[in-house]
Design a protein around this ligand. Structure first.
Ligand code: NAP
Ligand code: GLV
Length: 310
C-alpha cells in the first residue's frame, strides 16, 4: 500500500513516524520528491494540494484531508470524481477547537482584556461580574466542532444556542436551524462563534445584515474560514461602536497581509489560523483506521457529500 503526502503546512516527518507506527506496511511518499510513479498510489493525505494535481494520480482509493475543512479540495475544479474525499474528525482537533472557543468566550465574558490593560497600567479596579447563566453564547455550525464546543460551554453554565442546516437536539443547547432560524438565533446571541464549513451557502454569512440582528456590544469569534466574514461589514460594525470586539483566526488571505486593518485594530485580536491544528499523534490513528476500512472493502468514515460540500 502506498500513500502520498502533500502539504506545505503539516510536518511530513511526524506523519511518517505516527502513520508508520499505526501501519508499518504502508509506504509513505512525500510529494513531490519521493514520488517516482503516480500509478499504484492508493491514498492521498493532503492539505491545499495544487489544483488539478490529484486528478493525475490514477489509482487513488480515497483522499484524506489533513484538516476538518474540505473547501481546499472542493475549490479544485478538477477534483477526481468517484474518489471519496474524507474529512478529518479527530479527538485532538476537536479538543483544540473547544479549548480555543472556551478561552475566547471566557476572555470576553470575564472582561479579561480590560483587566490585562489595567494590569499593564497598574490600575486596581473591579468590574461587575456577569452571571454565566445569563451569558448568551451562539454557535454557527453544530457539527463535530461546534457541537462539542456547545456541549462544553453549556456544561460550564453558559446559555448556549446553536444554528445548523438541519434540525438538531443537543442537551442543554437551544438548537435553531436553516434560514428561518437564523434571525432569532442571532438576536439572542451576545458572543457569536462561527464554526461552519465554507460552502457557497455559508460564504459571507457574517455580513452587515446578519450582524445587525446581534444585540449591541456583541462579540464575534471566527474560527472557521475567513470568507465567512465580509470584512468591510465587520469593521464597520466595530468602528460604529455596535460590536464590542472580535477575535479572528482565519482570513480571506493567509497569512493576513501586513497592511490589513485587522492587525492594528483596537477591537480585533488576530490569531494565525491556530484555533485547532492537526496533531499527527492523534490524527494518524484516524487515517489508519479509515485505510483499514477501505482495505476491508468498507466505506471510510466521514466521507464528504460533494453535493453539500462538507
Ligand atoms: P461539520 O462536522 O461538517 O459541521 C458543520 C456544521 O455546519 C453542521 O452542523 C452543519 O449543519 C452546519 N452547516 C453547514 N452548512 C450550513 C448551512 N448552509 N446553514 C446552516 N448550517 C450549516 O464540520 P466541523 O468538523 O465541525 O468543522 C467546521 C469547520 O471548522 C471546518 O469546515 C473548518 O472550516 C473549520 N475549522 C477551522 C479550524 C481552525 O483552526 N481555524 C480547525 C478545524 C476546522 P448540519 O449538522 O445540519 O449538517
Ligand atoms: C483547519 O483549518 C481545518 O480545517 O482543520
Amino acid at each position: 500500500m502506498k500513500l502520498v503526502f502533500m502539504s506545505h503546512e503539516d510536518k511530513a516527518s511526524l506523519w511518517r513516524e505516527w502513520l508508520g507506527k499505526e501501519m508499518p506496511g504502508l509506504q509513505f511518499l512525500q510529494w513531490p520528491g519521493e514520488v517516482e510513479d503516480k500509478a499504484g498510489i492508493d491514498y492521498a493525505l493532503v492539505w491545499k494540494p495544487e489544483k488539478g494535481l490529484l486528478r493525475t494520480f490514477p489509482d487513488l482509493k480515497a483522499i484524506f484531508s489533513l484538516g476538518a475543512g474540505v473547501d481546499h479540495l472542493f475549490s479544485d475544479p478538477e477534483l477526481p470524481e468517484g474518489v471519496p474525499v474524507v474529512r478529518l474528525v479527530d479527538r485532538a482537533l476537536t479538543q483544540g477547537m473547544t479549548e480555543y472557543v472556551l478561552y475566547w468566550t471566557i476572555h470576553y465574558h470575564r472582561r479579561m482584556a480590560d483587566y490585562l490593560r489595567q494590569a499593564e497600567d497598574g490600575v486596581w479596579q473591579q468590574h461587575l461580574q456577569a452571571d454565566t447563566k445569563f451569558r448568551r453564547v451562539g454557535i454557527l455550525g453544530l457539527g463535530e466542532l461546534g457541537g462539542d464546543a456547545a456541549r462544553k460551554l453549556a456544561s460550564l453554565g453558559f446559555d448556549v444556542a446553536g444554528w445548523s442546516r438541519g434540525p438538531k437536539e443537543i442537551e442543554g443547547v437551544t438548537c435553531h436551524h436553516c434560514g428561518e432560524g437564523l434571525p432569532a438565533f442571532l438576536a439572542r446571541t451576545e458572543i457569536l462563534i462561527c464554526l461552519l464549513p465554507l460552502t457557497e451557502e455559508t460564504r459571507g454569512i457574517v455580513n452587515a445584515e446578519t450582524l445587525s440582528h446581534l444585540p449591541d456590544q456583541a462579540y464575534v469569534i471566527n474560527c472557521a474560514r475567513g470568507p465567512h466574514v465580509v470584512d468591510a461589514d465587520l469593521l464597520a460594525a466595530l468602528d460604529s461602536g455596535r460590536l464590542a470586539a472580535a477575535t479572528l483566526d482565519v482570513f480571506h488571505a493567509e497569512p493576513l497581509p501586513a497592511d490589513h486593518p485587522y492587525w492594528n485594530h483596537p477591537k480585533v485580536t488576530v490569531t494565525p489560523h491556530m484555533a485547532s491544528l492537526t496533531v499527527p499523534s492523534s490524527a494518524a490513528e484516524y487515517v489508519a483506521e479509515n485505510i483499514r476500512r477501505v482495505e476491508r472493502g468498507e466505506a471510510p468514515r466521514n466521507i464528504v457529500d460533494p453535493s453539500k460540500g462538507y
